[in-house]
Design a protein around this ligand. Structure first.
Ligand SMILES: NC(=O)c1ccc[n+]([C@@H]2O[C@H](COP(=O)([O-])OP(=O)(O)OC[C@H]3O[C@@H](n4cnc5c(N)ncnc54)[C@H](OP(=O)(O)O)[C@@H]3O)[C@@H](O)[C@H]2O)c1
Length: 255
């Protein structure tokens, strides 16, 4: 198929990635392609074209950028997707493609918060083993293994898809749920289940910050994993900023 229009590749799988695709699909003179890693069964599909699955490292991504005549890339992957941003930076440098990082701001602790900020799940498990009797793990399915050896702690494990296989926990209950979660619902969950510690990662955004406000109200500590390091690239904090960057980067798009 001829691909006369400049292509924009959105590395997605996030709320921001979907919103950016929806905002730009249909813009005159622009071809929008979103890419999903393919981790989730039955993923929600973005507006416009979509491809699913890894590219095969930075070299594979560089080859894709050339073949598909991609002029700009927006890395809108999740703040805890630790590899894709580095691959995008390398591939864009190798092909002379413009690159923007779209990332929602991290949550910041405020008055009344009791956060233990950790670098990885091993450090988190060490703290949970010391302070928790009934912990909420608000994590992804590949992130709970470090907590399984803590036989003396009960866990309420909340995630979107069940882990396969489920690590062997002495005391654990699985709660399958997809956000957004309101502060009041989170408050009721923490209070009714007598949760005394929350474990989560600093995803940012408003869809899942209700648990932090609820923890503040209840005086519950939060073991918060900090975000992984990212390459130094131009950055947008909002979809609107990213739209403006795309319009500037691909000057042929109608304003
Ligand atoms: N990690 C999280 O907490 C989290 C939460 C919500 C959503 N997500 C989404 O899930 C995806 C995978 O997360 P991850 O933590 O495994 O990422 P990652 O560690 O950064 O990426 C690992 C590998 O997955 C492939 N990949 C990642 N994102 C891709 C995309 N948008 N399109 C095509 N291939 C992609 C790449 O494979 P190749 O090297 O073969 O190209 C990459 O090297 C990300 O797109 C992210 O936005 C992640």
């Amino acid at each position: 198929m001829p691909q006369a229009e400049p292509g924009l590749l959105i590395l997605g799988g996030t709320t921001e990635g979907y919103a950016l695709a929806a905002a730009l699909v249909g813009a005159a003179g622009l071809r929008v392609v979103s890419s999903l890693a393919g981790r989730t069964a039955n993923p929600r599909l973005p507006a416009g074209a979509c491809r699913i699955g890894g590219f095969g490292g930075p070299e594979g991504l560089a080859a894709y950028l050339r073949e598909s005549r991609i002029a700009a890339v927006v890395d809108a992957t999740h703040p805890f997707a630790s590899q894709m941003g580095w691959n995008a930076a390398a591939a864009c440098a190798a092909t002379g493609t413009s690159l923007l990082r779209l990332e929602r701001p991290a949550w910041q602790p405020g008055p009344g918060d009791h956060w233990h900020v950790v670098a990885d799940w091993t450090e988190a498990a060490e703290i949970v083993g010391r302070i928790a009797r009934h912990a909420l793990l608000a994590l992804g399915r590949q992130e709970i293994g470090a907590f399984a050896p803590l036989d003396h702690v009960r866990f309420l494990i909340r995630m979107v898809d069940p882990p396969d296989p489920m690590p062997r926990f002495a005391q654990a209950e699985l709660l399958l749920a997809r956000g957004p979660f309101t502060e009041d619902a989170e408050y009721a969950l923490l209070r009714d289940r007598r949760i005394d510690t929350i474990v989560c990662k600093n995803s940012g955004g408003s869809a899942t910050d209700g648990k932090l406000a609820a923890a503040r109200r209840l005086g519950i500590p939060v073991v918060m994993r900090r975000r992984p390091a990212r390459p130094d690239t131009p950055h947008a904090a909002t979809v609107a900023e990213a739209v403006a960057w795309v319009r500037g980067a691909l000057g042929s798009i109608a304003a």
